[in-house]
Design a protein around this ligand. Structure first.
Ligand code: TNX
Length: 548
């Protein structure tokens, strides 16, 4: 018999076994592995997760039926996930009637609390029903992935045992606590290209996060094309921390990232950090420079007392590849500065469908206090005139902000309280708990520790709703600053496994316990391996070495 004949015969038997399995009517008991997966979903389902001990099987005969066309994109996404891992060609059909078997998706909600992002998954015999609006169905898909064996995340290979894929059946009812569940990626200190950012989006989406805040400019680099100020990227984008070649996104590339994120129900929030953290722009256009750059004992400082800095003779600064913060500032008293700001906000807002624009506003140590306040007040007007809602780091709470502004808390509680008093909304990113660039402990190979060492337990043990009685807390965001982060392996090492904890803090309602969570987290090791995530194997977590 030739190899070809053997292969044909083998696939004949696989199809035979698969169709026999798919016709089996008697409910099968779920394996302990399937039950364990059901119990270890992250973020933990908020309302209910009850297994009935039976198994639901996905086979080559499974189809996805959607009740209406608005579910087409999410259903295709689900089919894509399943087909990649199983090697099947599961199709999507449209019918308002629930089929007798397979996966049925409907927008008829399970209950009225479900909202835009909630979902339910319930199984009865050979039928698995998902209810939700498109975003909810997307999150149901992420849950289903975790109910399947980790190898679902690997592209199917011909030799794989694929007669069926087991899910423990039962009922899951789930919805998020906060509408803002985000992470920030700093592409300015080190530049990360399209593939890396897309992978970051994919990884976030696995845990139902819905905000990607892109830190697009800083002293070390300008990373987004602004057509009316081309030197920002030509010159300002040409390096990064450590002197590497840097890079930037064209507007077309940025749009592609925004669309890629939107397919995963993630809103991109662009940040242009002003009036400090702006050296890359000052190096590109000297007229924006609010001072004169002087190297001092290996640091860079700005001399504002030099008359030349303020009388029209400003010079472009040098490009900067170090890691100091707080030495640069835009020049307040020139209208040209506000033309620049307006052009940047206008161009970037036009390619950002999401409602937010982040103006930075942090660590403007060399901007005079009264000018800082005036800057922020002008930012507020400019962002509003360009149709966006303004977000800024906590320092902006010193300006005349109101309920239309969002303040991102990172360091000083006083600023957060100030923001709440002014009726602003707040995003919780406390550096001591939520900064993904903090080292786990003193032996971590990269990362900083100015705020704290943040082990996996510490990252999880805090309450973002501490201020929630105000009703002004939008949610949680974990920022990854990249002074010490140079490639995707570095990103994954700092982000995983802490990201799952932040996702759960943002998503899951109700009480939390580290002792319970750490066991659940430990069960995700084989899934990280299947996804080829280079995670930090914290000694605090009982990692599962083998299993499904
Ligand atoms: C503080 S947090 C910064 C960043 C740094 C970070 C390093 C904030 C608003 N500003 O510029 O990258 O610390 O951890």
């Amino acid at each position: 018999m030739s190899l070809f004949q053997i292969l044909r015969l083998t696939s004949f038997f696989i199809v035979l076994v698969a169709s026999v399995t798919s016709c089996t009517k008697a409910p099968r008991e779920a394996s302990p592995y399937a039950i364990s997966r059901f119990q270890n979903v992250i973020p933990r389902p908020s309302v209910e997760a009850k297994s009935d001990g039976k198994a639901f099987l996905i086979t080559s005969a499974t189809t996805i039926t959607i009740a209406n066309d608005s579910l087409q994109p999410v259903a295709q996404y689900l089919a894509g996930v399943l087909n990649k891992g199983t090697g099947y060609t599961i199709a999507v059909k449209v019918s308002q009637e629930a089929p007798a078997s397979g996966i049925f998706i409907t927008t008829k909600l399970f209950d009225h609390n479900q909202g835009r992002e909630g979902y339910s998954i319930s199984t009865a015999g050979d039928l698995l029903t998902i209810t939700g609006k498109p975003a909810g169905v997307f999150y149901a898909t992420q849950t289903l992935r975790q109910l399947l064996p980790p190898v679902i995340e690997k592209a199917a290979t011909p030799g794989i045992d694929t007669t069926s894929w087991e899910i423990a059946s039962g009922q899951i009812v789930d919805r998020p606590q906060f509408s803002w569940r985000g992470s920030m990626l700093d592409v300015a200190r080190h530049f990360f290209g399209m593939d890396d950012v897309k992978r970051y989006i994919d990884l976030m989406s696995l845990y139902k996060m819905n905000i990607l805040h892109l830190h697009l400019s800083d002293d070390q680099g300008w990373r987004i094309e602004i057509k009316s100020w081309p030197k920002l990227t030509e010159h300002g984008g040409s390096t990064e921390v450590g002197g590497g070649k840097g890079g930037f996104f064209t507007q077309e590339q940025y749009k592609e990232l925004v669309a890629y994120a939107a397919e995963r129900f993630i809103t991109v929030v662009p940040e242009i950090d002003m009036p400090g953290h702006i050296n890359s722009a000052l190096a590109s256009y000297g007229e924006l420079n609010g001072g004169i750059q002087v190297p001092k004992e290996g640091r860079i400082e700005l001399d504002l007392s030099t008359p030349g800095a303020l009388n029209g003779k400003t010079q472009p600064t040098q490009l900067y590849t170090g890691t100091e913060v707080g030495f640069s500032t835009l020049r307040y008293e020139k209208e040209e500065t506000f033309k620049f700001i307006n052009d940047v906000v206008r161009e970037l807002s036009a390619i950002t469908p999401g409602p937010y624009f982040h103006v930075g506003g942090d660590e403007a140590h060399v901007t005079k206090k009264e000018e800082y306040i005036k800057f922020v007040n002008r930012f507020t007007e400019i962002v509003k005139a360009n149709g966006k809602k303004m977000i800024g780091w906590e320092e902006i709470a010193q300006a005349d902000i109101d309920s239309n502004v969002v303040v991102q808390y990172w360091n000083k509680e006083q600023h957060a309280l100030n923001a709440l008093e002014k009726n602003a909304q707040i995003i919780m990113s406390p550096a001591k708990k939520a900064y993904l660039d903090m080292q786990y402990d003193s032996t971590s190979r990269i990362g900083l520790h100015w705020a704290a060492y943040i082990e996996v337990d510490s990252a999880y043990i805090w309450d973002p709703a501490a201020y929630a009685e105000s009703g002004q807390v939008l949610g949680v965001e974990a920022p990854l600053w990249t002074e010490t982060v140079a490639n995707m392996d570095d990103i994954e090492y700092l982000v995983f496994p802490r990201l799952l904890g932040y996702a759960e803090l943002g998503w899951t309602l109700g009480a939390r316990s580290w002792d319970e969570y750490k066991v659940r987290l430990g069960k995700h090791a084989p899934r990280f391996d299947a996804l080829e995530i280079d995670y930090y194997k914290s000694p605090k977590v009982p990692w599962m070495e083998k299993g499904l």
